[in-house]
Design a protein around this ligand. Structure first.
Ligand SMILES: Nc1ncnc2c1ncn2[C@@H]1O[C@H](COP(=O)(O)OP(=O)(O)OP(=O)(O)O)[C@@H](O)[C@H]1O
Ligand SMILES: [Mg+2]
Length: 306
C-alpha cells in the first residue's frame, strides 16, 4: 500500500488458506469422490472481510499471524495481491498457519474442516499508535480471545468503533461482548445464546452493542438497532455456486456501510448484496464485488421490485 494512504479499518484475527474442491457427490465413509474443480485461496473471517473492503475501495490493514510455512506464504501473498496492508501480519517461527479443507456441492453448500494452526495473533506493541493514526473501525473475530479482548479494550479507549464477527459462542466471550459496538453473528452463535432468535437479539443487546445482526444463510438476516427495533433483510435470490465466505463478505459490506454513516437497514441491505454477489464463483474471495458492481446490482433489484 502506498505510504500516503492511511488505512481506515484494521482487522485483528484469523486469516487462513482455503483448499476448496467442488464435487457433485459426497462419499460414504471409507469411499472416495472425484472433485470437478480445485482452488487454493486465502480465506478466514477477518482476512476475507478486509479483502472485501479493499475491493470496495477502502484502505485496510491486517493484524494477525501466520506460520513460517508454505501456507503462510500464500496467505500473505493473497492479502497483498488484494491491496491489504500486511505490515503487522506476523510470521511466527516454527509455527503452522491456519488451513481449511472445504467441499462445495452443486447447490453451493459448503462443508469445512479446519485447523487453527499454531501461529496466534498478538497485539503489536505499536497497536495504540496504529489505532490513533487514522483507524475508524477495528474488526475482530474473537477466536484468540485474550488478544482480541486486549485489542478491543485499546480501541474502546481511543473511540475506535469495534465490530465482531462471532461464529461460535466460546467460554469467556462474555468478557469480549461488552467491548463491541456492532455485533454481527452467525445463526449458530445466536442459537447458542437462545433458540428463539428475537430473544437472542435482546439478550445480546444487553451487552451494550449499538446494533446486532444475526445472519441466517439463504434466509437472510435479522437485526436489532439501538432503539430496540428489529427488522429482517431477505437474502437476494441467486443461483449460488459457492457460499463459502458469505459471512465474511457480509461483514466487509457491513463495515463499508458504517464508514458511509448509513442507517442500519441500508447497511445490512448493502452487506447482503455483497454476500449474494460473492456466491457467483468457487472460493471465498473469487467473486467479491467491486463497489460499482454492488451499486448496479442494488439498482437492478430496486427496479425489478417496482
Ligand atoms: N445461498 C445464499 N444466497 C444468497 N445470499 C446468501 C446465501 N447464503 C448466505 N447469503 C448471505 O450471506 C449472509 C451471511 O451468510 P451466513 O449466515 O451463512 O454466514 P456465516 O454463518 O457466518 O457463514 P460463513 O462465515 O462461514 O460464511 C446471509 O445473511 C445472506 O445475506
Ligand atoms: Mg461467519
Amino acid at each position: 500500500m502506498p505510504d500516503t494512504i492511511n488505512p481506515q479499518v484494521i482487522g485483528f484475527g484469523q486469516c487462513c488458506l482455503d483448499i476448496l474442491g467442488q464435487t457433485s457427490s459426497y462419499p460414504e465413509l471409507d469411499q472416495k469422490a472425484e472433485l470437478n474443480s480445485l482452488l487454493v485461496q486465502g480465506g478466514g473471517p477477518v482476512g476475507t472481510a478486509l479483502v472485501t473492503l479493499s475491493r470496495l475501495g477502502v484502505p485496510v490493514t491486517m493484524v494477525g499471524a501466520v506460520g513460517d510455512d508454505e501456507f503462510g506464504r500464500q496467505i500473505r501473498e493473497g492479502l497483498l495481491n488484494e491491496g491489504v496492508d500486511c505490515t503487522y501480519l506476523a510470521q511466527s517461527s516454527g509455527a503452522s498457519s491456519q488451513v481449511a479443507f472445504i467441499s462445495v456441492d452443486d447447490d453451493g453448500h459448503r462443508n469445512i474442516f479446519w485447523h487453527r494452526g499454531t501461529a496466534s495473533p498478538v497485539v503489536p506493541k505499536s497497536f495504540q499508535a496504529i489505532l490513533s493514526n487514522s483507524i475508524r473501525i477495528l474488526h475482530l473475530d474473537g477466536l484468540h480471545l485474550e488478544a482480541t479482548i486486549a485489542a478491543a479494550e485499546m480501541a474502546r479507549s481511543l473511540d475506535v468503533i469495534t465490530v465482531l464477527d462471532a461464529g461460535t459462542l466460546r467460554p469467556g466471550m462474555e468478557r469480549l461482548l461488552p467491548l463491541i459496538d456492532h455485533l454481527v453473528v452467525s445463526e449458530k452463535f445466536a442459537r447458542q445464546t437462545n433458540d428463539d432468535l428475537e430473544v437472542a437479539l435482546k439478550q445480546l443487546a444487553d451487552y451494550g452493542a449499538q446494533a446486532i445482526t444475526i445472519t441466517l444463510g439463504k434466509s437472510g438476516s435479522l437485526s436489532r438497532s439501538t432503539d430496540g427495533q428489529t427488522f429482517s433483510q431477505p437474502a437476494f435470490k441467486v443461483d449460488a455456486i459457492d457460499t463459502t465466505g458469505c459471512g465474511d463478505v457480509f461483514h466487509g459490506g457491513y463495515i463499508f456501510g458504517l464508514l458511509q454513516g448509513w442507517p442500519l437497514p441500508q447497511t445490512v441491505r448493502f452487506a447482503s448484496a455483497c454476500a449474494a454477489l460473492k456466491t457467483r464463483a468457487l472460493g471465498g474471495r473469487t467473486a467479491i464485488p467491486a463497489l460499482q458492481e454492488v451499486e448496479n446490482y442494488l439498482r437492478d433489484q430496486t427496479n425489478e421490485s417496482t
